[in-house]
Design a binder for this molecule. Structure first.
Ligand code: UT7
Length: 323
């Protein structure tokens, strides 16, 4: 059988770092509140010349360099984003052009904060279906552009950035010990739309709109939904929490991450947490966290890695892979 194996990884962050204290003169908040309730200490904010496409391109170039590949080696680009450069064409096609690719195909995938988990499973199916041998899977976001900077309930939570993986087809026996994507579980439920959405769009207001969130409501659902899809993924693969080497969750709130890990019985030292550095970067959060843990030597070839995300829609999902 064919497995989709991680061949390279990269990331990109805007130059400007915004610390919590900078919000204190803008809205009624404090560094203490933000740290206590979310774990966030800082986030990166894109300048005018930094966009979802430019950050995505930088992350893609870094992933290609780490794989020892060039854009010529890539067949498909799947970009997870909810903050595209334009309504159309897809920002993935813009990135394809920026990389100088005049072959293959590219498209955007929109599942908000679960976008990267959806994109990895989508890329896996294109690889298994034989339509692509090597895929750049990118999560890139500029949420700073859709924030209401006068709403303290949301503006302190999000940040900008991008991360990318190169997935490559590899012959496998399909064993748990073999490298590549092993199992995945995806869910969505539109009944929760009003709890986390953007109040604009081409077909309704003709504007881009701003992010609106009932934070407490999202929080209430998050841990149960996350742990449900992870348990389903464990069942598919025949593993338990003890088998996991690294848990790389969506980075929205440290309290959600800690509660999910505790409910699943995943030891604290196996949890990769970067929310303190990046805030919530939506579809970029999982690949950014993966990049940090791969770069500092925690995630190594052969490790069993569990990814998870949950966000607007609601959408949620989990992926289990052997690094
Ligand atoms: O990535 C997509 C998924 N998104 C998430 O996972 C986000 C999920 N939600 C959360 O992370 C949390 O609900 C928040 C961080 C958004 C809020 O934390 P919370 O502990 O649920 O606080 P809360 O919404 O219950 O608000 C507590 C208080 C309220 O004041 P009152 O009504 O008790 O007087 C809020 O108005 O905190 C107030 N508050 C703030 N205070 C200072 C809300 N935002 C702020 C703020 N600074 N930035």
């Amino acid at each position: 059988m064919i497995r989709s194996v991680v061949r390279g990884i990269g990331s990109a962050l805007p130059r400007r770092i915004m610390k919590n204290a900078e919000f204190e003169g803008m809205v009624d908040t404090s560094d203490e509140w933000i740290v206590q309730r979310t774990g966030i200490q800082q986030r990166h904010i894109a300048a005018d010349d930094e966009t979802t496409a430019s950050l995505g391109e930088s992350a893609a170039r870094a992933a290609l360099a780490s794989a020892g590949l060039t854009p010529d080696d890539i067949d498909l680009i799947v970009l997870a984003t909810s903050t595209p450069d334009n309504t159309f064409p897809a920002t993935a096609v813009n990135i394809q052009n920026r990389l100088g690719m005049q072959h293959g195909f590219a498209f955007d995938l929109q599942a908000v904060c679960s976008g990267f988990v959806y994109a990895v499973t989508t890329a896996d199916l294109y690889i298994k279906g034989g339509l692509a041998r090597r895929v750049l899977v990118i999560g890139s976001e500029t949420f700073s552009r859709i924030l209401d900077w006068s709403d303290r309930g949301t503006c302190v939570l999000f940040g900008d950035g991008a991360g990318a993986l190169v997935l490559e087809a590899e012959e496998s026996q399909g064993a748990l010990s073999d490298r590549g994507l092993i199992a995945a579980s995806l869910r969505s439920d539109g009944v929760h739309k009003e709890k986390l959405y953007v109040d604009g769009g081409p077909s309704t207001t003709g504007t881009v709109g701003h992010l609106r969130m009932e934070g407490r409501e999202v929080f209430k659902h998050a841990v149960g939904m996350i742990t449900d899809v992870i348990e389903e993924t464990f069942r598919q693969a025949g593993v338990t929490a003890d088998d996991i080497d690294w848990f790389v969750p969506h980075q929205a709130n440290k309290r959600i991450i800690d509660a999910s890990a505790k409910k699943l019985g995943i030891a604290e030292e196996k949890v990769v947490t970067t929310v303190q550095l990046h805030g919530n970067t939506s579809a970029a959060s999982v690949p950014l966290a993966l990049s940090v843990a791969a770069a500092d030597g925690r995630i190594k070839k052969g490790d069993l890695v569990l990814l998870e995300a949950m966000g607007g829609g609601f959408t949620w999902g989990a992926v289990l892979l052997r690094w």
